[in-house]
Write a protein that binds this ligand. Sequence first.
Ligand SMILES: [Zn+2]
Ligand SMILES: [Zn+2]
Length: 380
Amino acid sequence: MFKNIPFERVQWITSSFLIGTLALAVTAVPLYLILVSTGTWFLWALFFFYTAATGLSITLGYHRLFSHLAFKAKRPVKWFVILFGAAAWENSVITWSSEHRRHHKHVDHDDDPYNINLGFWWAHMGWLMFKLKPEAPIDNVKDLEKDPALVWQHKYIHFIAAFMGFVLPTLICGLYYGSWMGALGGFLIVGVLRTVIVQHATFFINSACHYIGSQPYSSTHSARDSWLMAIFTFGEGYHNYHHEFQHDYRNGVKPWQIDPTKWTIWLLSKVGMTSDLRRVSEAKILLAEIQQARSRIQQGLDYCGGDQFTEAARLKLQASIDALHHAQEELAARYDHLQTVVKDRVEFSKGRVAVWRRELREAMTHLDEILEFDLVPRAV
Ligand SMILES: [Zn+2]
Ligand SMILES: [Zn+2]
């Protein structure tokens, strides 16, 4: 069973940490809850605070602020991210951002550190447990290396992580409850269980968000939009949009999409703690959606032209096929128009955006009719 594992490439310290914390989370944590205590409101409040603080430090800080420079942040926000981000046990801002920038630059190819083409498990955590290739140099984060606070975090990352991630919650609970068992609860629930949850939520962005969901903006890469993943990842589940427009501070760009990281950045900007929030223009986003819709419609029409359908089925679907042909022509004209809007930075009215979006949705409904029809057993 183990003969295919390249033992000489195993990262023993990282692997032991990942497996050890996971093992404690599924054994010691339930035993503590059953045999010692289910915890009072204080323990669970601290757990939720720590989950949000460390999770958001990764999504808002490590990811959108430092890796993508999607907005600017004042010193208190930066230091919060530096301290609580370390407690997520995902290495320093400098290392994390370097790997992440390589992921965007080489997505789905050899130099992508978490290349999904090597499988779900590899993209999830395998890439951390095995080093199949020599470590790539950290040469794409020169801007971050100029920040003394980030250099300090990079230098002492394991001490900061141990203190903020494990020692501090253990101390807080020990002092609050005044007992060793109270301290143990802080270590197991707020330290270990929270670390495992936040780490796997981040890992899911590299694995599941390149695996499940839709591709409304582009299919030139494997990234996908999934509202379900967005719930577990503070909004990072809208990964197709993110790979298309990585400098936008929003991942869930539509007003109704679940993106707590976006909401937090926006709220912080209202109290002067963040500024220069970068947004891609409506016209540019719509252009990408139309382009993507056109290629999907073309695939749908090619599919209808093949021999998948009986003549009777084709007749039944004729209205949808006609609608798609019509939509294809309309979208081509819209596309050309939008290209000039984007190129010449012309004002583009919100009203028109709404009308074109509605047309786009209708075209996609016709496409879904055709694709769903194929799922029904066909007449022979
Ligand atoms: Zn990605
Ligand atoms: Zn990114």
